[in-house]
Write a protein that binds this ligand. Structure first.
Ligand code: NAP
Length: 470
């Protein structure tokens, strides 16, 4: 007999916490997991909330436990497991039932699944969820894509479980098919850039200036009280203050310097390039994680590759400079991410509301920061080319702080300290402030070797050729 308003498959870290969050908000949840022993284990540790959890040992049990139309959240490992889960469920569903993929799906998969399931009479919602374990349990930021009518069936639940910012839920329907998962992917891309830029500033302070993790942590704690206020600055301060209970050393010093990645950063870069964009600060951050994993090469390189010979350390960097540089670079990373969202929205016909997107990132998600309120305001105004760096508030912010980023990149370069994401951000800024760039020479080269033709500055039309005589 139907007992639950919503079902959930996948009792990993995210699914289990999301199920508890839903149950706590007063919605009975039927839960299933491929490895069925996890179902009883989960309910056994749910305390008072166990009364709102309905165990379903098979996909058929899950279907039988749900009121119509059925709504089932799939929170399993992204990729083939999602398809396997959908295939296992389908024989037990009726037309109009709604499947909600809340994992970190590639939005191309979401578009494919949405089209295939719609053709079979089912409804499919691609729902990006950010905030990790803590967010899933107490309120994540939720980015929804799919048919608006499908979202309407689950909207009350989604809004109830989301994080809130000044009482407004950090959840929204953003567009059709893959819109939610695309926005979640770009969210993660921005997260990669922000984390990398923070690590680059840490590198300067630690490796060039020789400060201790605790000193650097205190600086981040201080910065977290100003314009850099953000979840990532806050946790950086805490991480740098932590000591390894076993060795007594700073925790960060006993962690191997090889960063993992699960794909969303890489997808951001791939999609940016496919859309003719470049999210260069995000690309630098993804690349830096890849470089981090070739530790054996870096160990050889440390002996063989020379750093700067000069004793000139470059411009003096004050702590305030570092704060300002990080702020400018962070704005540029966001700007690149939002430009990518705008390009995808045009390409896929999503009519993404960029202001609303910034608003639902203000709480619950990993990139929540003080900047997002201003970003939302900027997108509600008149933005030339949809470019955040041209919004008056951000143009002012960048013009005020770009000198610090310039000094940081110069100093890092002269002292041999890598800052790939900060340097990429600065080059983007410098490119965007040159009305005439250097691509005329690229066009001339292309015409020289491939007769590709070019446009002229003094005449209309294209297809002109140079006097190369070849
Ligand atoms: P996960 O390790 O990615 O996935 C665990 C769940 O997937 C388990 O329930 C597992 O079932 C199930 N599963 C794996 N392969 C399966 C298959 N072939 N068929 C059916 N089920 C299968 O766990 P997670 O960290 O909770 O993440 C879940 C999703 O949320 C992922 O898409 C992840 O990228 C996304 N996400 C994670 C975070 C985070 O901070 N962890 C944040 C946001 C989004 P068994 O118990 O049977 O193995």
């Amino acid at each position: 007999m139907a007992q639950a308003r919503i079902g959930l498959i996948g009792l990993g870290v995210m699914g289990a916490n999301l199920a508890l969050n839903i149950a706590e908000k007063g919605f009975p949840v039927a839960v299933h997991n491929r490895t069925t022993s996890a179902i009883g284990d989960f309910i056994g540790t749910a305390g008072d909330l166990a009364a709102s959890l309905v165990p379903a040992m098979t996909p058929a049990d899950l279907a039988a436990a749900l009121t119509a139309p059925r709504a089932i959240i799939i929170m399993v490992k992204a990729g083939a497991p999602v398809d396997a889960t959908i295939d296992a469920l389908k024989p037990h569903l009726d037309p109009g039932d709604i499947l909600i993929d809340a994992g970190n799906a590639d939005f191309n998969d979401t578009r494919r699944r949405e089209a295939a399931l719609s053709a079979e009479g089912f409804r499919f919602v691609g729902m990006g969820v950010s905030g990790g374990e803590e967010g899933a349990r107490n309120g994540p930021s939720i980015m929804v894509g799919g048919a608006p009518e499908a979202f309407a069936e689950i909207e009350d639940i989604v809004l109830a479980i989301a994080a809130t910012y000044q009482d407004a839920p950090c959840a929204a329907h953003l567009g059709s098919d893959g819109a939610g998962h695309f926005v979640k992917t770009v969210h993660n891309g921005i997260e990669y850039a922000d984390m990398q830029m923070i690590a680059e500033v840490y590198g300067i302070l630690r490796q060039s200036d020789g400060r201790s993790p605790a000193q650097i942590g205190a600086l981040f704690e201080d910065w977290n009280g100003g314009p850099l206020q953000s979840y990532l600055a806050e946790i950086t301060a805490k991480v740098l203050a932590a000591t390894d209970p076993e060795s007594g050393r700073p925790m960060v010093d006993v962690i191997l310097d090889r960063a993992g990645q699960k794909g969303t950063g890489r997808w951001t870069v791939i999609e940016a390039l496919k859309l003719g964009q470049s999210a260069s600060a995000i690309e630098a951050a993804v690349g830096a994680r890849s470089w981090s994993s070739v530790k054996d090469l870096r160990e050889i390189g440390q002996d063989r590759l020379h750093g700067p010979q000069s004793s000139d350390p470059g411009p003096i960097l004050l702590d305030a400079d570092l704060e300002r540089a990080l702020l400018a670079a962070r704005v540029i990373a966001y700007a690149q991410g939002f430009s990518l969202l705008a390009a995808a929205s045009d390409e896929f016909g999503w009519t993404l509301d960029l202001a609303r997107t910034a608003e639902i990132w203000r709480a619950g998600c990993i990139i929540r920061s003080a900047l997002l309120d201003d970003i939302a305001t900027a997108f509600r105004g008149d933005l030339p080319g949809g470019s955040l760096i041209l919004a008056p508030a951000f143009t002012r912010l960048l013009n005020d702080n770009i000198g610090a980023l310039r000094r940081l990149v110069a100093r890092a370069s002269l002292s041999g300290q890598p800052v790939p994401a900060m340097a990429a951000a600065l080059s983007y800024f410098d490119t965007m402030r040159h009305a005439r760039g250097t691509a005329a020479l690229i066009q001339a080269q292309r015409d020289f070797f491939g007769a590709h033709g070019f446009e002229r500055t003094d005449r209309d039309g294209d297809g002109y050729h140079g006097p190369w005589g070849n």
